[in-house]
Design a protein around this ligand. Sequence first.
Ligand code: SAM
Ligand code: SF4
Length: 429
Amino acid sequence: MPRYSIWTIGCQMNKAESQRIAACVECAGYQPTASFYDADLVILNTCVVRQSAEDKVLGTLGLLKGVKNRHSHLQIVVTGCLVDSDTEELKGQFPHVDLWFKPGNYAELIAWGQRQGIPIEQSVLRCPGNHGAPSPCAFVPIIQGCDNFCSYCIVPYRRGREISRPIEEVICEVEELVRRGVKEVTLLGQNVDSYGHDLPGQPDLADLLNALNGVDGLARIRFVTNHPKDMKLKLIDAMSSLDKVCEHLELPVQSGDNAILNAMRRGYTSEQYRQLVQTVRSRIPGISLSTDIIVGFPGETDAQFEHTLSLVREIRFDVVHAAAYSPRPGTTAFREFRDDVCASVKRERLTKIEELQAAIATEINSQLRDKEVEVLVEGKKKGKWFGRTRSNKLVFFEDDGNWLGKLVIVRIVKTSPWSLTGELNKVSN
Ligand code: SAM
Ligand code: SF4
């Protein structure tokens, strides 16, 4: 049997797309292998959101050149955000790659597969199920692309304009996933708040959540990522009233300073963001909040960075993903601004955010000590079962039983800023 290996970095959308590609390659008769050296087909799913990710991708492409020199039959397919509309330059730079296809452009993959005698099925790409290691959690893309053009971001240039999947198609996929044992779905999009604007009748995310809440056997629904400028009251109300929608929201703020937010073209002020958080918290008490922050955007002064620190201190997020600004050729920030915050200042600011957030998360999580939480068990690592609460907290516990895919009640005995440890109490259902 031929073997394939898939290498993925970047966001959850990439992970979801890799699951789809892996499922259809397996249906075409390939078996998975972890090593490039054993593989007949290698697929790279790439990210270039920051230079550090791009460097890893280029390093892996270089490594594959050596592998192909030793195994000339190896076929290499590359997708993800490295792949631009114009692939001529990439083809010249990496002649050992057999196919470049833009993220989500499966028609190109199918046509190439046909030419190579690899029968890739459109239907598997649309509904991959949870193939491979069984997991009770699945990602379901609901909207591709992004129309926002934040000044620093390469994604709209690589993933194109927004295209939503029809509600019926999403429901059909989720029903199939549930038949195969999935209990939790995470709906994916760069901006899930734009879902549906391009569909007939213009359904929105709240309509989709309402429909999915009725799927028998599904226990939990999540969605990422929201955009603070687009999040509507109707969605907040749907979150608060639908029992399967989890009490967790990823709401990237990026900066706490209005001039920086304006230069980033985010479309909201820090006051509007604070107001939105207040509304969300008043309607969904106990909701956990995650955010993304970029430090060292061009021109960011110490005082402007302090505004971001104050916002983090005041809002008390459960999780903060902070990153240093990375200039991306092709974006407006790259064209219009000089990357003038030096690397050491960016590092200092990152450390300040991370230390502040670690202290906040320590306090928030310690309040869960001795509390009972519902955990959906996703797997076992180093002898410990792990899973997440509805509020997306990672929980570990030890037990001899087989709890994979079960909803269990765990009493928390130990907390840290990053995870919780508990004792199994009872099975929830
Ligand atoms: N659509 C989401 C949003 O509105 O934030 C997230 C998508 S983006 C690919 C994921 C995160 O990468 C962003 O939230 C941002 O913090 C970070 N990011 C994007 N471009 C970046 C850049 N040029 N430098 C540093 N971080 C960047
Ligand atoms: Fe990038 Fe902004 Fe779109 Fe998020 S909303 S993907 S940060 S352009």
